[in-house]
Design a protein around this ligand. Sequence first.
Ligand SMILES: NC(=O)c1ccc[n+]([C@@H]2O[C@H](COP(=O)([O-])OP(=O)(O)OC[C@H]3O[C@@H](n4cnc5c(N)ncnc54)[C@H](O)[C@@H]3O)[C@@H](O)[C@H]2O)c1
Ligand SMILES: O=C(O)C1=N[C@H](C(=O)O)CCC1
Length: 253
Amino acid sequence: MSTPLRVAVIGAKGRIGSEAVRAVEAAEDMELVAALGRDDKLETLVESGAQVAVELTHPDAVMRNLEYCTAQGIHAVVGTTGWNEERLAQLGEWLKASPGTGVLIAPNFSIGAILTMRFAQQAARFFESVEVVELHHTKKADAPSGTATRTAQLIAAARAEAGLPPQDDPTTHGLPGARGADVDGVPVHAIRLRGLLAHQEVLFGGVGETLTIRHDSLHHSSFMPGILLGARRVVDVPGLTFGLENFLFTEGE
Ligand SMILES: NC(=O)c1ccc[n+]([C@@H]2O[C@H](COP(=O)([O-])OP(=O)(O)OC[C@H]3O[C@@H](n4cnc5c(N)ncnc54)[C@H](O)[C@@H]3O)[C@@H](O)[C@H]2O)c1
Ligand SMILES: O=C(O)C1=N[C@H](C(=O)O)CCC1
């Protein structure tokens, strides 16, 4: 048997981080070498010989952690959300200075969510109207979710490529926020409700018909196969990979 991949989890006591710790421990081809909480030193990553850090913390913490990982040549699998152009550009600079290092940012690790995005991308050019509704637990820091933002961006790109005009919003009266956030011209609505985990609906409307694509993550275990796949693959893919679909689908699929 080959040497196990040495994996660390940052954010190890959190909802998804604690599940990731168990998943890495259970994976036969991996060794959990560090499990970092909020007060632990990042130097532990180097001391433990981690090859890959799984980053599952908070939008306020992720940049500092990635600055450290990239500077040390530690590959990273990132589930933490809150990404924007500025942050991605900064990460790009750090990666340029550390050319052998790979970072995977996955807005969602679950296969169902990735397929939802893919199906929505495929459906986008056929429908005049589209809106995204994401529904999450009440402890979530960011809104809209990283998955919903990515879904809306992919839909908007597919619409533009197909030459569809911008969506017409006839609303002239109402309360601010009632039509959701505008992500590249796609309205995105964020619901926070006790009892939920992570859910999303993409609603398409055309002449006399609608199509709804819905995905539900019912447990954090739904994210684990994606995290493990990301850790196995990221070591061989230097630079930034945005979206786990890049490791799941072959080109043209
Ligand atoms: N990509 C995905 O598939 C996916 C799935 C679920 C959650 N998430 C994202 O993962 C992140 C964490 O979500 P959660 O629900 O587990 O949150 P959480 O609050 O339960 O867990 C975050 C943990 O990180 C710790 N932490 C904060 N700053 C830290 C630091 N500097 N170093 C080490 N630990 C630190 C916190 O103490 C906490 O234990 C969020 O951004 C969430 O959106 C992504
Ligand atoms: O629980 C969360 O927080 C989640 N965050 C990701 C997002 O913002 O899309 C993925 C789903 C769960």
